[in-house]
Each structure stands twice: as structure tokens, then as C-alpha cells.
Design a protein around this ligand. Structure first.
Ligand SMILES: O=C[C@H](O)COP(=O)(O)O
Length: 251
């Protein structure tokens, strides 16, 4: 039985005072314990989230990490630094980082390995462009991204992974994949994990869908066998919507 996960990705939104207000509001709402909730925030917001959410079940995640442990890497933040303050999840391979900051499959692999080595869980993002989908290359693209991201990740760590299928054409566009299409790709990712490891590992990995998920669409998504939750951008920025997503993910 996989516990559903709703992970908010605030991207480059929310000042520290806005993050504090968001969490104060969130703490007034009783969230279900059948769904795990996480907020992946800008580095500068992490301390306030960790402090305010310390007695709640909401986990705190980061959106990026550098793969080296420490050293002369101006402006970067390492996995041991994030683990030390109590971060649980780190997003790796988001398409915005791949597209805007030139992150390669090899970088995503090194970052995911660094996150695992520090005892945290990567939320590994994969997904195809609109052109790749229209030329029916989407499944091949996503399978190859999964293979690359998981190179040298052992079976035990793989079972704890979270993978987010995020078709690039659905991100921030209001044009979500249908729940059937999302499920088909989540199932393809699970079958790739089975190929790389075994069925037991594949059955344990949580696979999320991301791309224009809203409170109104979460129940339909969660009714699908291979969708274990969602990675949510825009709709995670409002407390009421985030809480509604968590409630809507009860299976
Ligand atoms: O990481 C989250 C995704 O990029 C989805 O963003 P969105 O919900 O705003 O489409």
C-alpha cells in the first residue's frame, strides 16, 4: 500500500513573510492523515517552514541541491546542509531546471544520488515536450530519463523514491493531461522501475503526476491505479487550495 503524496512546489514564489502567513493558515486546518503532504519551498523559506510545521505532519522539501558535499561552489547548497536542518524531500530534474539552467540527465543522477546519500528522498521529475508527445516519442523519452536518473541507485533506495511525471506542455498551462494519459505514463514508469530492479521495488515507488493539477481534478487523478499523488505548482500557493488537494487525494 503506497501512501498518497501531495507535494507543493512553490517554485520562485513566496517571500519569508508570505511563507509564514501560508503556514499559519495551514495550521488552522485539520488535514487528513491518510495522505502525506509536503511543501517544497525556496531555500530562503525553509527555516520558517521547518519551525512552524515542526509539530505538524506536513513535510518540508527543497527544490534544488548541488551534488558536491561542500567546497568552493559559490551560491550552491549541498545535500548535507539540507539534511542537517531536517529537509525530507528534494526535487531533482524539474523541467524548468533542465530547460532554463541546462541541467543534464547526468546532473539529475548526481543530485539524486547526493540526496539519497544524505538520507533524504529525491522527487525525480521526468516528462516530455509537446513535440515528443505528438511524435509519439513520449514514453521512450520518459523511460530514458528514468534510467539515467537512477543510475547507481540501489534497489533499497529506489523503493523509497518518488518520481514525478510532469509533461512539459501541461506545466503552468491550465492544460492538464487526462487522468488516463497520466496513469498510462505513471504505469510505464513503474514498468521501467520493474525492468531496472524488480516487481517488489516497482510496487513500492510512489509516482506522482504534475502539470496544472487543481483541487477540481485531483479526485479523478487519484482514482487511477498508478497515480500515487501530485506535484503541484500554481495551486499549492493558496492555503485553501493546497488543503483541498490533500483532502481530495484520499483514496
Ligand atoms: O512542479 C510542479 C509542476 O511544474 C506543475 O506546475 P503547475 O501545477 O503550476 O502546472
Amino acid at each position: 500500500m503506497r501512501t498518497p503524496l501531495i507535494a507543493g512546489n512553490w517554485k520562485m514564489n513566496m517571500t519569508v513573510s508570505q511563507a509564514a502567513d501560508f503556514t499559519d493558515e495551514l495550521l488552522k486546518i485539520k488535514l487528513t492523515d491518510e495522505v502525506e503532504a509536503a511543501l517544497c519551498a525556496p531555500f530562503i523559506d525553509l527555516a520558517v517552514l521547518l519551525e512552524k510545521l515542526q509539530d505538524s505532519s506536513v513535510a518540508v522539501g527543497a527544490q534544488n541541491v548541488y551534488f558536491e558535499q561542500a567546497g568552493a561552489y559559490t551560491g550552491e547548497v549541498s545535500a548535507p546542509m539540507l539534511a542537517d536542518i531536517g529537509i525530507k524531500y528534494v526535487i531533482t530534474g524539474h523541467s524548468e531546471r533542465r530547460e532554463l539552467f541546462g541541467e543534464t540527465d547526468a546532473d539529475v543522477n548526481k543530485k539524486s544520488l547526493a540526496v539519497i546519500e544524505s538520507g533524504m528522498t529525491p522527487i525525480v521529475c521526468v516528462g516530455e515536450t509537446a513535440d515528443e508527445r505528438s511524435s509519439k516519442m513520449h514514453e521512450q523519452k520518459v523511460r530514458s530519463q528514468v534510467q539515467a536518473a537512477l543510475e547507481n541507485v540501489g534497489a533499497e533506495a529506489a523503493a523509497d523514491l518518488v518520481i514525478a511525471y510532469e509533461p512539459i506542455w501541461a506545466i503552468g498551462t491550465g492544460q492538464s493531461a487526462t487522468s488516463d494519459d497520466a496513469n498510462e505514463m505513471c504505469a510505464a514508469i513503474r514498468s521501467e522501475i520493474e525492468k531496472l530492479y524488480d516487481k517488489n521495488t516497482a510496487d513500492k515507488v510512489r509516482i506522482l503526476y504534475g502539470g496544472s493539477v487543481k483541487p477540481a481534478t485531483i479526485e479523478d487523478l487519484m482514482s487511477k491505479n498508478d497515480v500515487d499523488g501530485a506535484l503541484v505548482g500554481g495551486a499549492s500557493l493558496k492555503t485553501a487550495d493546497f488543503a483541498a488537494l490533500v483532502e481530495g487525494a484520499v483514496q
